[in-house]
Design a protein around this ligand. Structure first.
Ligand SMILES: NC(=O)c1ccc[n+]([C@@H]2O[C@H](COP(=O)([O-])OP(=O)(O)OC[C@H]3O[C@@H](n4cnc5c(N)ncnc54)[C@H](OP(=O)(O)O)[C@@H]3O)[C@@H](O)[C@H]2O)c1
Length: 218
């Protein structure tokens, strides 16, 4: 691929940056390296410059600390939010528990100018490390992808497929609310076909009804 096109919407990524080197960050770093991507990971004490310059930057820090992300360095970048609101870890955070806004939209509002896509957060590190399969394997699990630009979702889909999972296009970033905790998809270890069914019935689920009421959709 032409160097100038790497990192542009719709082009396959070659390099992956990861912010956060804990459980999920380390798992994704290993998987991406094994799949042949050039990986740069940064912990909270590292200079994030190199990780932020990658074609795709994965966010794998506790969601409650999203305001510590290097916003200026992420401007214009394709950023994949793998974070979830987990009150035991993040504490009570009404800003992250507001059903009118998915947590990835909150992160996107903070990361002004970044192209934010939500993916990987509904899978556990264990699932990612143990359930990856080659394309076409009937037991291959799916990973849902939500983002406002089809080209960016397509780029992230390349990454998902490369590490052993079937990408499932869930539509715009706001749709990511259907795979946050607490939803049916979160932690479900589901195939792509099962994920599509769950996405389809989300509006009728208990959480779906709470979200719809809060957003004034009913
Ligand atoms: N664990 C899972 O199976 C899993 C699966 C899917 C999604 N997630 C989500 O992914 C996020 C991380 O979970 P985790 O289990 O990996 O947590 P974790 O093991 O506690 O790791 C979080 C890491 O982020 C680092 N960090 C904090 N602020 C940072 C910053 N500004 N820049 C770079 N690194 C920073 C922390 O470093 P310090 O220790 O130095 O602060 C720590 O190493 C959470 O939102 C979680 O809900 C987790």
């Amino acid at each position: 691929m032409d160097d100038a096109r790497a990192g542009q919407p719709g082009t396959p990524p070659r390099s992956v940056g990861i912010l956060g080197t804990g459980r999920i960050g380390a798992a994704l770093a290993r998987l991406c390296r094994d799949a042949g991507f050039e990986v740069t990971a940064a912990s909270s004490t590292d200079d994030p410059a190199a990780a932020c310059a990658a074609d795709v930057v994965l966010l794998a820090i506790p969601l409650g600390r999203y305001r510590s992300l290097p916003r200026e360095r992420l401007r214009g970048r394709l950023v994949v939010d793998a974070m979830n609101y987990w009150w035991e870890l993040d504490g009570a955070r009404p800003d992250l528990d507001d059903p009118t806004t998915s947590t990835s939209e909150t992160v996107a509002a903070f990361l002004e100018g970044a192209r934010v896509v939500k993916a990987f957060g509904h899978a556990s590190a264990w699932e990612l490390e143990n359930l990856g399969r080659p394309a076409g394997d009937p037991g291959r699990r799916g990973i849902a992808i939500a983002g406002d630009h089809a080209g960016d979702r397509a780029t992230v889909a390349v990454l998902v497929d490369a590490i052993g999972f079937d990408p499932v296009d869930a539509g715009p970033l706001a749709a990511g609310v259907a795979f946050e905790p607490p939803t049916e998809i979160f932690g479900s270890d589901a195939t792509a076909a099962e994920l599509r069914e769950m996405l389809g019935r989300f509006p009728r689920s208990q959480r779906g009804r709470v979200v719809a009421r809060a957003r004034g959709d009913v």
